[in-house]
Design a protein around this ligand. Sequence first.
Ligand code: SF4
Length: 335
Amino acid sequence: MVKVGIPRALLYYQYYPMWKTFFEELGAEVVVSPPTTQAILFSGSSRVVADTCLPVKVFCGHVLALVGECDYIFIPAIRSVKSKIYNCSKFLGLPDMTEAVIPESPPILDIDIDINQGKSKLYQAIYRLGRRFTWNPFKVRQAAIAAWQAHLKYRQLMSNQGLTPPQAIERMSNTIEAEPKTLSGNSALTQATIALVGHPYLLYDELINHRLIHRLEQAQYRVLTPEMLTTEQLELAITRLTGRPYWTYEEEVVGAGGHYLEGGVEGVIGIIAFGCGPDSLMMDMVQRQATRLRTTPFMSLTLEEHTAEAGVVTRLEAFLDMIHRRKRRKAEVCA
Ligand code: SF4
């Protein structure tokens, strides 16, 4: 059976169930790289120039982790998935960059996705990818339909049931006996709700964010993330804040940030990657909105490969302490 490798980085968190279903429907076995480790991060960093953003360095490390483990590696070049809304340039050049910096990479299965070129071009691109496994166009069509269904189910699990991408993937994979715990369903000890906003590859990679979600849960905070909002909620928040979006990620940064700042949570933490141009602009908008509204405390954390765990912990503790004092003051005033 042909083995297709998928790096556990970047768009993995958004599309893994869809990609997995597509390849499995075509008879391939899907192999995923292991969760990020220091060794993976260091190996990826060693292949690219120093000012490359952290998530791309992590991605390169995951490609290296798949060398020798699969026959092909799937690296799509995704320009746009919504009309006139674009991905950052790193995503467009991902297959070419990988080929250049990791010559030992397994052969790359790539596909250009740009919805602005029209649906027929998209279908042709999917068919070209499927032809690597079968000449039967109906089989490719069936695989694409099944993949889309899997994606819808994945989205629904997150927005309706409050699951994070790793939890929803676990739920869909059927490999565990117990149901994963939802972030939004913590115990009665729960004190307050904190929203995390940022790219999924920063929020859910426990190595690079120093287990932020885990730390908040341990402190008995209920955690909300962008994936737990519906597309309509995110789009509405963006329209209110900036009008029409330009970057694909405005939903998970500006949309989620704007939505959560308007109420329902005690604090918002924005996570950005050092060296990311779009993030610096988008998180600035969220920061300005927080200053304008003055209703919800906001903190931004910038992550890079040298970010020390102690630094993250100290800032987190100070932020939570401030929220705690704010709550206590409010309670005293009400009493
Ligand atoms: S959006 Fe930012 S963090 Fe993500 S790949 Fe592009 S530059 Fe890197």
